[in-house]
Design a binder for this molecule. Structure first.
Ligand SMILES: CC(C)(COP(=O)(O)OP(=O)(O)OC[C@H]1O[C@@H](n2cnc3c(N)ncnc32)[C@H](O)[C@@H]1OP(=O)(O)O)[C@@H](O)C(=O)NCCC(=O)NCCS
Length: 143
């Protein structure tokens, strides 16, 4: 299986965001105003885009959002490979923390990547979220 992880454009993310996260909404719903200021990465398996993630950096803190793997391709490790790559890339860029709004049910997944639950929680659209964060430590920085 040929796997590639590469930077993509905001436009490249919209189809998967739409199909995986909000298939019942119009496509415009998945386009973010901030998209043009974000970094976007995709994982291609055999040339097909199967997993995507977007990152927004503000004052040295990197938030990842809109992480999605094609429903038929989930549970095969693609999302983990993509997230691992993005975390490494952000550490190399010198960010001071990496954080996300995690669905409560997904917190175990993000803990595998060194993110920890904070005490900040909220409910949106009937779903429980918790803010998770990885503070960058000296050991994370390559010399
Ligand atoms: C979250 C999401 C992006 C993860 O992508 P993915 O490609 O399925 O991720 P992985 O395959 O690497 O990991 C998913 C699970 O499969 C497991 N897994 C990974 N490789 C595996 C393999 N080869 N065999 C069996 N299981 C495997 C992982 O350990 C993980 O388990 P966990 O959820 O119990 O921790 C995907 O589930 C998704 O798009 N969900 C819908 C949108 C969403 O919820 N986004 C995130 C909002 S917080």
């Amino acid at each position: 299986m040929k796997i590639e992880i590469l930077p993509i454009t905001p436009e490249d993310t919209w189809d998967l965001r739409h199909r995986v996260m909000w298939p019942d909404r119009p496509i415009d719903y998945v386009k973010l105003e901030e998209d043009q200021n974000g970094l976007h990465f995709g994982l291609k398996a055999e040339g097909h885009l199967v997993s995507i993630i977007s990152v927004f950096i503000d004052s040295g803190k990197a938030q990842f959002r809109k992480f999605a793997t094609d429903a038929a391709q989930q549970g095969k490790g693609y999302g983990s490979q993509l997230l691992q790559f993005v975390i490494r890339d952000l550490l190399d860029k010198g960010v001071t923390s990496i954080w996300c709004n995690a669905r409560e049910e997904k917190t175990g997944f993000y803990e595998k990547f060194g993110l920890k639950k904070t005490n900040k929680t909220f409910v949106k659209g009937g779903i429980d979220y918790v803010i998770m964060e990885k503070k960058v430590e000296v050991n994370d920085i390559k010399v």
